[in-house]
Write a protein that binds this ligand. Structure first.
Ligand code: HEM
Length: 364
């Protein structure tokens, strides 16, 4: 028979010596970690790289809640909790029923997103050095979160009226855009050395790496993406996935609005192909083309899912995949636009590609 090492009393509990040692080591690590965290907060000395990690976490958290919110709608659980913020007028926590828990689970995920947003704001305030652009963008996340919580409550109160559902979804995309821009800007170097307390600005000045015409075309892609998403929400608010069987619907023909939505996607795709074709002929930097190609791939895949779900009677699983596609398309369109600029030292002449009529454009 195996002989166990003698038990020790640790913190009032008997345990093996090895376990007691592990526990003591874990405790020391937690205390040391806590001290480092507290010193970082007190002296406002968060490294820029850690700040960027916090912004990345916010982007993923927001992308996740857009998809999980759709799960509520697709399982018909939109009114699983008829009250807000408690699940019912008499119960804060949902009763043990499927729809109630899907809806309530999404509210819990909202709590996790709130933590991710709170961390991003705290990180912006204790970043060394502090940057005004990053602080404002992270405060934008808080404003978005508050607006979404209020709008979510109004949506339940108005029994999933399509106008509220649409606004709730579109605001989530704006909120995601804020986080993506924040994450992008967090990667820009500061004009003062890292770790130094006080204020800083992004180093250098932004210069477009593409011609003015290409900038206009790329901005048009943002407009096209917005129109496609707006029309998509109209299709959803007309179609069968209203969030609950009794949810009111727009009185349009589903066929007509889906066709309009599909046509807007074709226009978006057309402009993307024209932009990339023209850019590759002009010899723009490879990084720009790479992001453009990524957008094209995501767009084609999302278009395919869109048509497939339409012709198969909008099954919930494909609609969920379509929402993942929405997040990916919005993200890729933004990243493509943000990546059109490089930063050059204030004294240096811009070094763009050999494109005709090169006109540097400043980011506002
Ligand atoms: C760039 C490609 C596309 C984007 C960005 C996009 C975006 C969207 C958005 C934002 C929604 C609303 C989601 C919601 O409110 O929860 C939606 C719904 C929808 N889209 Fe698209 N879409 C694209 C391509 C397509 C295509 C090519 C079709 C084919 C006709 C299509 C068919 C639909 C349908 C049927 C719905 C309603 C699904 C439901 O019942 O919830 N989509 N789309």
């Amino acid at each position: 028979m195996r002989v166990l090492p003698p038990a020790r009393i640790y913190d009032g509990h008997p345990m093996r010596a090895a376990d007691a040692g592990n526990l003591a080591t874990a405790r020391r690590a937690v205390v040391a970690g806590g001290r480092v965290a507290w010193r970082t907060i007190r002296h406002r000395e968060l490294p820029p790289a850690t700040f960027r990690l916090a912004t990345g976490l916010a982007v993923w958290a927001l992308a996740f809640i857009i998809v999980s919110g759709a799960a509520v709608r697709l399982t018909g659980s939109g009114l699983g909790c008829a009250d807000w913020p408690g699940c019912t007028t008499t119960q804060v926590v949902a009763p043990w029923q499927f729809h109630a828990w899907v809806e309530f689970g999404n509210r819990l995920i909202t709590g996790l997103v709130s933590i991710a947003v709170g961390l991003a704001v705290l990180a912006a305030l204790i970043r060394a050095p502090r940057r005004r652009d990053l602080t404002w963008l992270s405060l934008g996340l808080v404003a978005g979160l508050i607006a979404e919580i209020v709008l979510g409550g109004l949506t339940v109160e108005h029994k999933l009226a399509p106008g509220y559902v649409t606004a709730h979804f579109l605001l989530a995309l704006v909120f995601l855009a804020d986080a993506v821009i924040l994450h992008h800007r967090a990667a820009l170097a500061d004009d003062s050395p890292p770790g130094r307390a006080g204020r800083a600005r992004p180093a250098g000045r932004p210069v477009a790496m593409v011609s003015r015409e290409h900038l206009i075309l790329s901005r048009l892609l943002l407009v096209a993406c917005s129109v496609v998403c707006l029309l998509g929400t109209v299709v959803t608010s007309t179609g069968p996935h209203g969030g609950a069987p009794q949810a009111p619907r727009f009185a349009f023909s589903l066929h007509d609005v889906a066709q309009l939505h599909g046509t807007s996607v074709e226009v978006f795709l057309f402009f993307t192909i024209v932009t990339l074709w023209s850019m590759s002929r002009a010899g723009v930097p490879a990084s720009v083309l790479r992001r453009g190609e990524l957008l094209l791939v995501v767009l084609v895949a999302q278009g395919g899912i869109g048509y497939l779900q339409y012709f198969t009677g909008v099954p919930a699983a494909l609609v969920a995949l379509h929402i993942v596609g929405v997040v990916s398309v919005v993200w890729a369109t933004l990243v493509f636009n943000l990546g059109l600029y490089t930063r050059v030292p204030d004294t240096e002449e811009p070094t763009g590609p050999p494109v005709p009529a090169f006109t540097p454009e400043l980011v506002p």
